[in-house]
Design a protein around this ligand. Structure first.
Ligand code: NAP
Ligand code: ZN
Ligand code: ZN
Length: 349
């Protein structure tokens, strides 16, 4: 199937227009015309090979909203014209323990990622959502609840589920005190979701000047993490901290802000921490450091339905795809409020 997108040809080259072939649809596939695709910090990591396993050319994008063009004969959940979403995964083994629990992201055989993955049957490399269309196994297609703005909903497919999953796992509700580290794409969704779940919500930020936005997005309190007095003032406070910082950073200053049995959940950074964790900060107070990787397909649909009921979408800056390289540079400077979303109609211009 012919497709058009934007790709990086190497870690050092900008993304440029790229015509390519998508695999032919199988009986259980959904063919989707992409309308919007969010720009996740992971796209930058992958396009620039920060993790060391990028295959080029790479077409990034895993916050996809589109309209169903056609479905295979084995598909009953969707029909042409439906508004749907696709996130970070397009397939998994479907028989291992995590898959059977609906945690396809932790599939023992490895899920097939929406880009830079390998199709389980044909072996072709997957290309993501910075493109006009995509072919996805029906089990990995999500229904977009009516009433949600499609551009604003796109980031729910990664930023939304990645922050929803730990909030859900750690039973965040109206009696919870939650903190979020970093106000970017993931961080702003974490504020909105934690607030909608009824929690008392705090933002930790290194950027003075984000306070008013944080309050508007759902924060009850804002703490400048570089100010020791402000850090001291929230000692022993949080049940759950969601840490969205994308690069190596010292987690030790946050540990004393956890309440008894509180947990700091790493979602932003996946590499070795340069500053060793002081075990004392975990041992005292029965505290924990945990982690969380996107979320499974069933909980992604739960999150979307929750957002549909609560009218939650991402705050987006819509860009034409020709501005993608500029968007990456601005994201690296934290200059985005709070997610870039590509209007895929721009591909035709
Ligand atoms: P983003 O929009 O760039 O936001 C990151 C925020 O972190 C920034 O706005 C900034 O907030 C803070 N920050 C940035 N650099 C920092 C530094 N060096 N030290 C301290 N704080 C820093 O990124 P995003 O799209 O939210 O993604 C965040 C990370 O999550 C990325 O690394 C991405 O790959 C990862 N991710 C993980 C998963 C998963 O499944 N676990 C899923 C999606 C994304 P302030 O200015 O407020 O401090
Ligand atoms: Zn992402
Ligand atoms: Zn599996």
């Amino acid at each position: 199937m012919n497709a058009l997108g934007f790709a990086a040809q190497s870690a050092a080259s900008p993304l440029e227009s790229f015509a390519f072939e998508r695999r032919a649809p199988r009986p259980d596939d959904v063919v989707i015309d992409i309308l919007y695709c969010g720009v996740c910090h992971t796209d930058v990591h992958m396009a620039r090979n920060h993790f060391g396993f990028t295959t080029y050319p790479i077409v990034p994008g895993h916050e996809i909203i589109g309209r169903v063009r056609e479905v295979g004969p084995g598909v009953s959940r969707f029909k042409a014209g439906d508004m749907v979403g696709v996130g970070c995964m397009v397939d998994s083994c479907q028989h291992c323990k995590p898959c059977l629990k609906g945690w396809e992201q932790d599939c023992v055989e490895g899920p097939t990622f929406s880009y830079n993955g390998q199709d389980r049957q044909g072996g072709s490399i997957t290309y993501g959502g910075y493109s006009d269309s995509i072919v996805v196994r029906d089990k990995f297609v999500l229904s977009l609840p009516g009433g949600l703005d499609p551009a604003g909903a796109a980031p729910l497919l990664c930023a939304g589920i990645t922050t929803w999953s730990p909030l859900h796992r750690w039973n965040v509700g109206k009696d919870s005190k939650v903190a979020v580290i970093g106000l970017g794409g993931l961080g702003h969704m974490a504020l909105k979701l934690a607030k909608a779940l009824g929690a008392d919500v705090t933002l930790f930020t290194r950027s003075a000047g984000k306070e008013q936005d944080a309050f508007r997005l759902g924060a009850d309190h804002v703490v400048l993490s570089s100010d020791p007095e402000q850090m001291e003032a929230v000692a022993g406070r949080f049940d759950v901290i969601v840490d969205t910082v994308p690069y190596d950073h010292d987690v030790n200053p946050y540990m004393p802000t956890l309440a008894l049995e509180g947990v700091l959940v790493l979602v932003g950074y996946l590499g070795p921490l340069g500053t060793p964790v002081n075990a004392g900060g975990v041992v005292r107070g029965r505290r924990a450091i945990s982690g969380s990787f996107i979320g499974g397909v069933p909980e992604t649909q739960e999150m979307l339905d929750f957002c549909g009921r609560h009218g939650i979408v991402s705050d987006v800056e819509i860009i034409p795809i020709q501005k993608i390289n500029e968007a990456y540079e601005r994201m690296l400077k934290s200059d985005v409020k709070y997610r870039f979303v590509i209007d895929m109609a721009s591909l035709k211009s």
